[in-house]
Ligand binder design. Structure first.
Ligand SMILES: [Zn+2]
Length: 256
């Protein structure tokens, strides 16, 4: 008899254990879940600021009532589709929050969804975060533009004083005709690309301008005009200094 009693207790415990496991798994297998969406504002991972909305996932046709909870406190109850709740993070304290929903269905059952978390930023924090992302990009762009200006200024400086005509050698980007002096020049790969063309410096007069690729015809005309302006220098008159200038000039031209 004593043995039967023991079996009964063990059986009862086992049954309780089994029920316990079932209760846990019933909660884990909630047919509903929630998602948090950013409708407008700042977002970086789970750090959010602005207009957000909570949405129910699951068979919403069976749902009669949804209570959205933030840190265990009700944010709002919905009794009709689409069971979505919009709100603004500025209306709640900044920091980490946990969200879940209590869902009631037509058959009288109630479920609790698995929690999701988010970190609310203040408007100031969001602005600081945005700056932290944007400023380096703006900085790199500014440095690239400065390098382009500097390099072009250096490369075009010398030929301004050139006394002897040299045939213009055009690079992969073709040539352009200066809008101020009308002289042709090779378009620099260092030119700053802007939507309508490239920001470049004329190597003849030093004028900064937006260049577009000139046609072969236009370039040939400009070249002929340029050649006319130079008197062919007799070889004997080319002194040591001029030879050096020529060498320097050709070096710059080759780089383009
Ligand atoms: Zn020019």
């Amino acid at each position: 008899m004593k043995k039967n009693w023991l079996v009964g207790v063990i059986g009862a415990l086992a049954l309780l254990g089994l029920l316990g496991i079932q209760a846990v798994s019933a909660q884990a297998e909630s047919p509903f879940s929630i998602s948090l969406r950013r409708d407008f504002g700042y977002g970086n991972g789970t750090s959010l600021q602005g207009r957000l909305s909570l949405h129910l996932k699951g068979d919403s046709a069976q749902v009669t009532r949804v209570d959205y909870l933030m840190d265990g406190k009700s944010m709002g109850v919905l009794t009709a589709e689409p069971f979505s709740l919009a709100f603004n993070t500025d209306d709640y304290p900044a920091g980490g929050h946990q969200f879940k929903a209590r869902v009631e269905t037509k058959d009288g059952k109630s479920y609790e969804t698995a929690p999701i978390s988010a970190n609310f930023l203040t408007a100031d924090q969001a602005q600081t975060d945005t700056k932290a992302i944007l400023l380096p990009i703006l900085g790199i762009t500014a440095v690239a533009i400065l390098i382009s200006f500097g390099a072009q200024a250096l490369m075009t400086r010398k030929s301004k004083t050139s006394a002897v005509y040299q045939k213009v050698v055009y690079g992969a980007l073709g040539g352009a005709v200066c809008k101020r002096c009308g002289k042709p020049f090779s378009r620099s790969i260092l030119g700053i690309n802007i939507v309508v063309g490239k920001l470049e410096r004329c190597p003849h007069c030093g004028k900064w301008q937006i260049t577009t690729r000139a046609s072969t015809q236009t370039l040939a005309e400009a070249e002929a005009e340029l050649e006319k302006q130079y008197q062919p220098a007799p070889a004997a008159q080319v002194g040591a200094q001029e030879t050096k200038d020529l060498l320097d000039d050709s070096r710059y031209t080759d780089k383009l």
